[in-house]
Design a protein around this ligand. Sequence first.
Ligand SMILES: NC(=O)c1ccc[n+]([C@@H]2O[C@H](COP(=O)([O-])OP(=O)(O)OC[C@H]3O[C@@H](n4cnc5c(N)ncnc54)[C@H](O)[C@@H]3O)[C@@H](O)[C@H]2O)c1
Length: 265
Amino acid sequence: MKRVQDKVVLITGAASGVGKADALLLAAEGARVVLGDIDRKAGQALATEIGANALFVELDVAEEEHWQRAIDQTLAQFGRLDVLVNNAAICPLGTIEQTSLQQWRSVLRVNADGYFLGCKYAIEAMKQNEHGGSIIMMSSVAALGGLAPMCSYSSSKGAVTALTRNVAIHCKNSGYRIRCNSIHPDGIWTPMTQALVPDLDPAALGIGDNPMARMCMPEDVANMVLFLASDESRFINGAELRIDNAQMISGIAAGTPTQFKSEQQ
Ligand SMILES: NC(=O)c1ccc[n+]([C@@H]2O[C@H](COP(=O)([O-])OP(=O)(O)OC[C@H]3O[C@@H](n4cnc5c(N)ncnc54)[C@H](O)[C@@H]3O)[C@@H](O)[C@H]2O)c1
């Protein structure tokens, strides 16, 4: 028996980075995976790579009718929804002084509205399940430490973190058996980070080298997602789980030693 055998998992932002690693690991552990993304080409290619247990759905997480369609397609193809991984996000740079209202709204649209809609539609689908479900929210240490160069992003992750607690307690009070937890990684080696930190030499970060020194890899996060998706985590609800190799408690996430693009200009 695999760890998430036959569970039906919808992952947003599944075409790249962490979402892609989640999809590959969960499928390898027996799940049927629905890959939601705005990137049709990469999402469809991943579904083809995984095979019959994967379905790509075109999903802009900020659009309510897209969620209705994605849930309908999930139920039509696989019969139910057991797990939602709210993962899609965008991350433009800007301190509070550099951030325009337009940028703020465009980030909150995806990173906060999108997570709210995901929870709302997932609860509707999952509360019919005998065994409930699990909602996994991709937050960040940015929600806990501030991360000055990322004002709108950090704030959106704060909203995700508070929404997680709200959903967890609402579902518990309602007797739905739906758990909701947030994950808080530090920098992960994905296209999101690679776009923000140009000319980064992976060797300088010790990638693939000393596991205590290297940067977080998508698979490090996918292992936590697998655990939260599985019944092994049945008593973990409303939790904030850091994946940062003690970075947060060393105080680094409050500012950052990394040179971001905006600071180099
Ligand atoms: N990369 C990091 O350093 C880091 C650190 C902490 C937390 N996170 C979080 O991890 C999650 C995954 O990040 P990643 O690094 O894999 O990013 P990524 O940029 O590699 O992938 C993001 C995916 O989301 C999709 N997407 C963007 N807008 C969308 C929308 N409106 N609707 C649907 N899909 C959309 C993109 O097409 C892409 O496939 C995010 O929630 C991010 O905030 C990342």
